[in-house]
Design a protein. Sequence first.
Length: 227
Amino acid sequence: MSAGSELTVVHVMRHGEVENPEGILYGRLPDYHLSELGRQMADRVAEHLATRDITHVVASPLDRAQETATPIAKEHGLELASDARLIEAGNVFEGKTFGVGDGALKKPENWKHLVNPFKPSWGEPYVEQVVRMMGALDAAKDAARGHEAVCVSHQLPIWIVRSFVEKRRLWHDPRKRQCTLASLTTFTYRGDKIVSVGYTEPARDLVPAHLLAGAKPAKGKAKAYGA
């Protein structure tokens, strides 16, 4: 098989559940670790990927991503790498509680950050997330050329890069992201071109029901993008 026709698979995994009793938007803050359930999720995905041809495992430098990736790397006898391009999206509300029903939208000091949902005005621009995530995926593809790689990242950057690849608009309703805890968004490359995107939830039965994007199990079929 020529170098231009070989297949390489890059699984982009969202980290498992985080211990966060205060319910704050922890973003890029350090010292937010997996909960016991989150560790079970990480182990479940490691088991799911045990028979795959994985030759490279890399994670965001944040604790929760590193802890999620560790059992996968261990399962395959690999050293865990870090890539800052896989980090969570920046957000001005980091370290605060911010959600429906907590009164945040009624505070005048927050309004200036909510004027432009298309950029978005409250955090790292979507376009910048695409650039760095595509760079991280390409690096993982090159490191695992002809085999498979796992990148552990965070919900928003994963959803944004998938939306870009699938040619959807980048601004969106956060409630409709198909990227639940410990899920795998899988990009298949032929040579250097992405030819399909798939999505699976190996730890779905461990995810609290209110955090699931929909009632039906996610389909494992990939969306193809040509030869």
